[in-house]
Design a protein. Structure first.
Length: 103
């Protein structure tokens, strides 16, 4: 069975289980750094009903340099769109500035 890498947690998963695996993440509400169109933002997924999730964008946003550092730390770059894990610095920022995003 071919495998793919989960874009959320980095786990290697069988392709035929990918949908179910990703659906599990919808309910975790984990913050990520989303990179798209050369911009970075702190986001999380919020479930809407059973099989759908929407992105919630943190407001206010952390300082850009903190977002860029997290992307670099994860081996990414602003010209590589995707979701990147938060850094310890971002985790501290979230605890201070967006406490309701802490599970
Ligand atoms: Zn995953």
């Amino acid at each position: 069975m071919p495998t793919t890498t989960c874009g959320y947690c980095g786990l290697e998963i069988d392709v035929d289980q990918a949908y179910e695996h990703v659906a599990e993440h919808m309910h975790e509400r984990i913050p990520f750094v989303s990179v798209y169109n050369m911009r970075a933002a702190l986001v999380r997924q919020v479930p809407v009903g059973q099989y759908r999730a929407e992105f919630e964008i943190a407001d206010p946003q952390p300082p850009e340099r903190m977002l860029f550092a997290a992307v670099r730390r994860a081996g990414g770059a602003l010209n590589i769109p995707g979701f990147y894990p938060i850094s310890p610095a971002l985790a501290r920022w979230i605890a201070r500035r967006a406490p309701r995003w802490v599970r």
